[in-house]
Design a protein. Structure first.
Length: 61
């Protein structure tokens, strides 16, 4: 999201997440796996990286 766009409200975020989940289910499993790696790396390198790493450690992932 760029600074030019207003932040999404809760309902917009939930609707976007539902859209992403529906599209995710249409991907073949091998593409889900490779995209998941890209998404995880992006989060690990960002603001919530430490949190995600800790959660993954606690869940033995």
């Amino acid at each position: 999201m760029t600074s030019e766009q207003p932040p999404l409200d809760v309902q917009q975020i939930l609707a976007l997440k539902d859209t992403i989940r529906a599209a995710w289910g249409q991907l073949p499993v091998e593409h889900q796996a490779s995209l998941l790696l890209v998404l995880i790396r992006g989060v690990l390198e960002g603001e919530y990286g430490q949190w995600l790493a800790e959660v993954m450690r606690l869940l033995d992932l």
